[in-house]
Design a binder for this molecule. Structure first.
Ligand code: DAH
Length: 330
């Protein structure tokens, strides 16, 4: 017994210990052989012998388990040491990085409007009710608020549901004429194939002296813009509703996937919705104290543009950071 225990304790590697395990606890091992003797031992002595043997077995098993744990941790330490890497070493293996497809799309959008002398404005992502809703002609308890459910803070602030509040902030800060876009992250209580709780929008706003701009200007600029983004597509302005514009239009492009023949992406309509737009509602100008002005506005989802431009089927994949998707944009 003592020699066996010593043997276990002196094992210097996992391989050696494994050999000992077979020798000791294996089917044809020492302990099995001892237990086999039981059948030849007469009555009273049998019990004593069996008890002793069981005790020995437990003690040996105990020593074995302890030794196994020790040797395993030594082996692990050795392996970690062997696999450690020197992060300060120079490497020739340099993969070229790239902007995320959403950032690339955003840049392409911004470039277009900057070339037309639009300023690029930003606003806070945590907004108050006034800028996100009230001033945009979305009074408290108005059912149109249901279209944009979001995340609220205890103090009444909220994560902005769109970039439209930046229209309000810019109008309060500047004087007309205004010609601005506002790119940035927005938030909604949504999660499915085409919606994520955080996504990006680009807002646009033009304000001029009364009568200087109309729906015709909106139509012209957005038509040109969508050709810039999607190439040779047909464009359709479809009457719609937004609280902050009157009249309002959603803008569709002809389906780039099926060339308008009808497919799953366009729900067999031949058209893809890409923008919201309209002539600024007088109530919005009232909220910021503007008088004698006309204007138009628009808003778009950047992820949706990226998905359509690159034929990405699931919007959520834009946020997974999977290198197999991202490396295609180098
Ligand atoms: N804010 C709207 C949304 O998130 C998009 C939008 C529609 C913005 C029409 C506009 C607009 O400025 O005129 O759904």
């Amino acid at each position: 017994m003592e020699t066996l225990q010593k043997k276990i304790e002196e094992a210097s590697s996992l391989e050696e210990l494994e050999k000992i395990r077979v020798e000791l606890f294996g089917k044809k091992g020492i302990l099995s052989a001892e237990f086999a003797k039981l059948k030849d031992i007469p009555g009273p002595e049998k019990k004593v012998f069996a008890e002793g043997l069981n005790k020995t077995k437990v003690l040996l098993q105990d020593s074995f388990d302890k030794k196994l744990a020790v040797l395993k941790s030594i082996a692990l330490e050795k392996q970690l040491k062997a696999e450690s890497i020197d992060v300060s070493l120079y490497s020739n293996l340099r993969e070229k990085g790239a902007l995320h497809p959403v950032a690339q799309t955003m840049d392409k959008i911004i470039d277009y409007f900057v070339s037309l002398n639009f300023s690029v404005e930003t606003g806070p992502m945590s907004e108050d009710d006034f800028h996100n809703f009230e001033a945009l002609n979305l009074p408290k308890y108005h059912p149109a608020r249901d279209m944009q459910d979001t995340f609220y803070f205890a103090d009444g602030m909220l994560l902005r549901t769109h970039t439209s509040p930046t229209q309000i902030r810019t109008m309060l800060k500047e004087k007309p004429p205004i010609r601005m876009i506002a790119p940035g992250a927005v938030f909604r209580r949504d999660y499915d194939l085409t919606h994520t709780p955080m996504f990006h929008q680009v807002e646009g706003l033009v304000v001029e002296e009364k009568g200087k701009v109309s729906f015709a200007n909106l139509k012209a600029i957005l038509t040109d813009f969508l050709h810039h983004m999607f190439g040779d597509v047909d464009i359709r302005f479809r009457p719609s509703f937004f609280p902050f514009t009157e009249p309002s239009a959603e803008v569709d492009i002809s389906c780039i996937f099926c060339k308008s023949n009808g497919c799953r992406v366009c729900s067999h309509t031949g058209w893809l919705e890409v923008l919201g737009s309209g002539v600024v509602d007088p109530n919005v100008f009232k909220a910021v104290g503007y008088d004698n002005v006309s204007g138009y506005a628009f808003g778009l989802g950047v992820e949706r543009f990226a998905m359509l431009m690159h034929e990405i089927p699931d919007l959520r994949s834009l946020f997974e950071g999977d290198i197999r998707l991202l490396e295609q944009f180098r």
